[in-house]
Ligand binder design. Structure first.
Ligand code: FE2
Length: 309
């Protein structure tokens, strides 16, 4: 079965550059029913699940995001009656989801004329949201095809190069930063609206600004993400910039100094070689995030780092 249907001309001109819609064949797949997602949530560590109220302003601040005081499985079970928003992160750690995800990403890239070396670090994020829920304005640090599985989703995308909407500092990477970015009413005049129904998908290139709302039924969708070698490089520089800013040392954006960029990539790789073996357990991930980026870095956890979640 082919999972991705993508218009040839559109793919070749817009892939990795602009948002465009395509079709997918996963809308009725058994991995995406609510009972299956309850099982998935119950099998995942707490720091891979984030959820809150779905009633959010488009430019909400972290401190104003209303929490939901229920375990994740309960949030999914009552998604039809509550107003909730949830993301299950890194579902590629489960073989069944990884298999579908890898096939999908490979098919999409090959259909767009890319080759096997053009995509790596394939990750999946499943979104379960109530009717009339909002995902505020933000950017994502990977290439993405968002597939709609249940309900309708309305995605507004914006010009990826417009630094009046998203500043260079907003593009830096640090776990202490909340994903949502400030939003002003006038941004709306620059939005392109994409309406997604089950079977529709939307390609959203690296760091394209967007905000999302759901229709009159609950929504299930999945972000099928990957990174090109260039995105991997940019993210290393942006992670170093975000980390150095946290220690009071703001940096120039990627591209401003190729020499500095190369030094940051090397420093990033050296640090990861030390830290990665330590990040195997949830407790250690939380502890390291807290040590390097401060308490704010674990903002989405239900319990304090070290208590387990
Ligand atoms: Fe997103």
């Amino acid at each position: 079965m082919t999972l991705v249907t993508i218009d040839d001309t559109t793919a070749k001109t817009k892939f990795l550059k602009e948002a465009f819609t395509l079709k997918h064949a996963l809308a009725g797949h058994p991995l995406f029913t609510l009972p299956r997602l309850v099982e998935l949530a119950q099998s995942m560590p707490g720091d891979r699940i984030e959820y809150n109220s779905g009633k959010l302003a488009i430019g909400v601040k972290l401190e104003d995001v209303p929490r939901i005081d229920k375990p994740p499985a309960e949030v999914i079970r009552s998604i039809e009656v509550d107003n909730a928003w949830m993301v299950l992160k890194r579902v590629e750690s489960h073989p069944a989801y990884r298999s579908v995800l890898e096939t999908f990403v490979r098919e999409a890239n090959l259909a767009a004329g890319r080759s096997a070396g053009d995509f790596e670090d394939i990750q999946g994020f499943i979104f379960v949201s109530s009717a009339k829920a909002t995902t505020p304005f933000h950017i994502d640090m990977e290439e993405n095809i968002l597939i709609q599985i249940h309900g309708d989703k309305f995605v507004r995308t914006f010009d990826n190069t417009d630094r009046a909407l998203v500043s260079e500092e907003d593009m830096e990477i640090a776990p202490s930063k909340h994903r949502y970015i400030g939003y002003e009413d006038w941004f709306e005049s620059r939005a392109t609206l994409h309406t997604l129904k089950p079977g529709d998908a939307l390609h959203m290139p690296y760091v394209i600004p967007h905000w999302v709302s759901t229709g009159s039924s609950y929504s299930i969708s999945m972000a099928m993400t990957w990174k090109t070698p260039e995105v991997v490089r940019l993210n290393k520089i942006r992670t170093m910039n975000g980390t150095l800013r946290r220690f009071g040392l703001p940096q120039r954006p990627p591209g401003a100094s190729p020499t500095l960029d190369a030094a940051k990539v090397a420093a990033h790789d050296a640090l990861r070689a030390v830290l990665d073996p330590l990040r195997k357990s949830e407790r250690m991930r939380n502890l390291l995030r807290g040590l390097i980026y401060g308490k704010q870095a674990n903002y989405y956890l239900r319990t304090k780092p070290g208590e387990g979640a």
